[in-house]
Design a protein around this ligand. Structure first.
Ligand code: FMN
Length: 286
């Protein structure tokens, strides 16, 4: 009974109350309107639970453009308010410790931690669930050097005047310049690409909705995951970034969004003495 109730999204409250009295005809109509999925139904938590060995592999993603609505139950365990408060306070504290690092140690990092952080980022919400992102994990020192050379070439033009006085003044407190040693010092670079549109194997193109917002959220989750996993990162946006697609040979529908060096801070790492806005300065309660 409950399963059929879940197939009626627009009348949830009312249907649940009278679901016992539904006629067989109503159920038949419903199954016609909402046909069986083409894939075996994954449990709602399968994509996360599948990280362990005991659960089945989740079904692979394939485009759903134009598919009918197929609901599945979602019943996450509700945690007690006291526990929520404790978790929120701890998370707030941990996130306040995050700093953008620009001086990296060359020490290697556990690669699986980086892959897991990328997997976390890929759970981000996205416009129409189009997941318009690609993460290129660049470990090869030769490729990192080519990226650094191209980035420093662009950054030199920028710092020598392209940015303009107002932008340069905004950057001054950060102590940045055109030298981008982090691109070769950090043991890994994550280059995030935004898929401007979906490109099928046969050349079909489909519009992506809210691509900027979606990739921005995913990058925020990536930085959070890296930080909470004990790694340091920098979100670097050399401008223009076209060279990244060329060096990494990405398809025409992808444009570079950011380069994220990942690693451990150098022993002598320093960061600018910045002040964050207080909660009172950023929160308006209505
Ligand atoms: C969209 C975006 C682009 C950024 N681009 C650069 C960059 O190109 N180079 C750089 O050194 N830092 C860059 N940053 C990092 C910011 O300068 C940094 O987040 C800010 O100064 C606050 O410092 P914190 O991250 O330590 O709190 C960027 C941050 C964001 C969100």
């Amino acid at each position: 009974m409950l399963i059929t109730w879940f197939t009626r999204p627009r009348t949830r409250g009312r249907r649940r109350a009278d679901s016992r009295s539904r006629s067989a005809d109503t159920d038949r109509d419903r199954s016609r309107a909402c046909p069986k999925p083409r894939f075996p139904r994954a449990s709602p938590t399968a994509h996360t639970a599948a990280m362990s060995d005991t659960t089945p592999t989740p079904r692979p993603w394939s485009p759903t453009h134009g598919d009918p609505y197929r609901p599945v139950p979602h019943r996450p365990e509700r945690i007690a308010p006291e526990e929520s408060l404790a978790r929120a306070a701890r998370l707030r504290e941990r996130m306040d410790e995050r700093r953008t690092v620009r001086a990296f140690s060359p020490d290697p990092v556990p690669e699986q931690v980086v892959r897991d952080a990328i997997a976390c980022a890929a759970t981000a919400p996205s416009g129409a669930h189009q997941q318009p992102w690609t993460f290129a994990l660049v470990k090869d020192p030769g490729v990192r050097r080519r990226i650094r050379e191209a980035a420093e070439h662009e950054e030199k033009v920028s710092y020598d005047g392209r940015l303009g006085e107002e932008w340069l003044a905004a950057l001054r407190p950060l102590g940045t310049d055109a030298v981008k040693a982090h691109m070769t010092d950090a043991p890994a670079l994550i280059v995030v690409f935004q898929q401007r549109y979906w490109l099928g194997e046969d050349g079909t193109k489909r519009k992506h909705y809210y691509g900027d917002e979606s990739v921005g959220i995913a990058v925020g989750m990536l930085l959070t995951a890296l930080h909470l996993s004990g790694l340091a990162a920098l979100i670097h946006t050399p401008s223009p970034m076209r060279f990244l697609g060329e060096v990494l040979d990405r398809p025409e529908n992808e444009k570079a969004f950011a380069v994220i060096p990942v690693g451990y801070p150098a022993d002598d790492c320093e960061v600018p003495d910045l002040v964050r806005k207080s909660l009172e300065q950023v929160l308006v309660e209505i």
